[in-house]
Design a protein around this ligand. Structure first.
Ligand code: SF4
Length: 294
């Protein structure tokens, strides 16, 4: 009997879910959002400095310098890097061995946004047609994913809508091939012009379904700059797309130059035999991004 109960205890220890209080999730997300809004990612700032060094257009260089000074000032003084503090998009990966306690997770995430945005611009309307401001920047856009393990990882993109509004999805036929994909990506960046506040970061989704490809493009923006796709053919495509986009001449803030984009990130997924879905999600010169793991 003693052996039996030991075995039982061991079994329970192995499968018992890890309890995580939604209050600790809330606190972590408040901090995450506050930091993101005021401090731009170091990999982005490094890419911006590199762009300043290689931009031949004097006006373009001046714009890049202003963006760097703005980022430095925002972090030092503790103010938002851009007046459009956007909609927080949250990617919540939940380990399947996690059990949330002390309340509702979606409500805790909403409360975190409300608290983090207390002194920031309110940019969310309750209804797209009636246009009544929610007054507290809620609700956020939340994507949940169940993963192995007992951790919770929350990544965020705080998306300004200049870049969001210029993003696009196209359901290409299976025969379209890489050349059509490239044409579409360049067309989106060129059409966006100054409205996406370049230099942009270009997130490209390939494959999946209509809604899935848009999510792939958005997730591509979570990847730090300077980290190519691990698949060689996609890393090659990223390099070629960056070159093509920078050959458009849009330049920093659309004022001309070679630094239209700092990076192109491609994410792909299996798709249907009939289609080659492609999505382009642009991120602007205030690419607020971060993550927290509990
Ligand atoms: S697109 Fe980005 S940089 Fe431009 S106004 Fe919106 S948040 Fe600011």
């Amino acid at each position: 009997m003693v052996v039996d109960s030991l075995l039982y205890t061991e079994y329970v220890d192995n499968v018992a879910p890890r309890a995580i209080s939604v209050r600790s999730v809330e606190e972590a997300v408040v901090q995450l959002l506050r930091d993101c809004v005021r401090r731009l990612p170091p990999d982005y700032l490094a890419a911006l400095r590199e762009a300043e060094a290689r931009e031949p257009s004097p006006l373009g260089r001046r714009v890049l310098r202003m963006l760097l000074d703005n980022a430095e000032l925002a972090e030092r003084v503790g103010v938002a890097t851009c007046q459009d503090t956007g909609i927080p998009v949250l990617f919540v990966e939940v380990g399947q061995d996690v059990h949330f306690v002390d309340g509702s997770l979606p409500e805790a995430l909403e409360e975190a946004v409300r608290e983090a945005y207390r002194d920031l611009r309110k940019s969310v309307v309750r209804d797209p047609l009636l246009r009544e401001n929610t007054g507290d920047n809620t609700p956020p856009v939340v994507h949940y994913e169940i993963v192995p393990g007992d951790r919770v990882r929350i990544a965020t993109l705080v998306k300004g809508f200049g870049a969001e509004m210029t993003s696009a999805v196209r359901m290409l036929p299976a025969t379209a091939g890489e050349a059509e994909v490239k044409r579409f990506v360049v067309e989106v960046v060129q059409r966006a012009g100054p409205n996406a506040c370049p230099p942009v970061i270009v997130g490209v989704g390939l494959g999946s379904s209509f809604e899935g490809v848009a999510l792939l493009a958005k997730k591509a923006l979570l990847r730090p700059l300077g980290t190519p796709n691990p698949k060689p053919h996609l890393a090659k495509l990223e390099g070629e797309l960056l070159e093509a986009v920078n050959a458009t001449g849009v330049g920093p803030q659309g004022l001309g130059g070679v630094c239209t984009a700092l990076a192109v990130h491609v994410e792909s997924s299996p798709t249907h035999i009939a289609a080659l879905p492609v999505a382009v999600n642009l991120n602007c010169s205030a690419p607020r991004r971060g993550e927290v793991v509990l």
